[in-house]
Ligand binder design. Structure first.
Ligand SMILES: C[S@@+](CC[C@H](N)C(=O)[O-])C[C@H]1O[C@@H](n2cnc3c(N)ncnc32)[C@H](O)[C@@H]1O
Length: 228
């Protein structure tokens, strides 16, 4: 059972479904936090770190566990997601919660590091992705790092059918029981882009080229640095 039929899937059963839907999801937050913590800026004791699009709090739980000294700011425009995250993180009273988008944050150069996991993919490439990335870059100190994890457009041409079948096989083997109707809000209206387009966007936003540090099927993770 993944969710009571009356509960919005937005929060009910969300974490379990993501684990069953996204290959590598259970490792993503742990890896993203470990990577940022090992970098030059966020390695500092008490570093200010932004969790952009925190959802139900997966990255925050990892950040608090691995780096209890970090000064965390968690933002998400969804009040329902933020409420679940706040309940799960009630043992971490110092987190600053902001019910807003990254684009409306306006925190110039405040953060040593940032995490954005599975957020950019939901924004259309009509200026919205660039606005999101630009706001993230501006929120970071020069040299600050961003770990960005997103669904990408496949770069493995000729293997599309096999990858699609592998993804369905992964879901079946993971015991995914959600109906297509329940999954629609999570899988539709996504706007994945390829590496060349991501590189152009992050460069225009003020970041260096993305360094790929993770790939599981089409879910890829990158380390970016705000240019000095
Ligand atoms: C698929 S969820 C991922 C949540 C979490 N990072 C995780 O991996 O479990 C995407 C989240 O991004 C949030 N979001 C969407 N657009 C955003 C924006 N412009 N700025 C910040 N968060 C955004 C959504 O409300 C949602 O909670």
């Amino acid at each position: 059972m993944v969710a009571h039929p009356d509960e919005p899937l937005e929060t009910a059963g969300y974490d379990l479904i993501l684990q069953q839907l996204i290959p590598g999801y259970t490792s993503l937050a742990r890896l993203a936090v470990a990577l940022l913590a090992a970098g030059p800026s966020a390695a500092q004791q008490g570093a200010a770190v932004l969790v952009a699009g925190c959802g139900t709090g997966a990255e925050l739980l990892e950040a608090v566990a691995q780096r209890p000294d970090w000064r965390l700011t968690a933002i998400d425009p969804s009040a329902a997601m933020l409420q679940v995250a706040q309940e799960r993180l009630s043992h971490a009273p110092t987190i600053e919660w902001r019910p807003c988008t990254v684009e409306s944050l306006q925190e110039n150069g405040r953060f040593a590091g940032a995490l954005s996991v599975l957020v950019l993919q939901s924004l259309p490439d009509d200026g919205s992705k660039l606005a999101f990335l630009t706001a993230l870059a501006q929120s970071l100190q020069p040299g600050g790092q961003l770990v960005l994890v997103d669904l990408m457009r496949s770069s493995l041409s000729g293997l599309e059918e096999q990858l699609e079948a592998a993804w369905l096989g992964f879901q079946r083997a993971s015991g995914l029981l959600a109906s297509d109707e329940q999954l629609a809000p999570l899988t539709q209206a996504l706007h994945p882009i390829g590496l060349a387009r991501l590189t152009a966007l992050v460069n225009a936003a003020g970041f260096s080229d993305p360094a790929r540090i993770f790939q599981a099927l089409d879910v890829e993770g990158f380390l970016l640095q705000r240019r000095r």
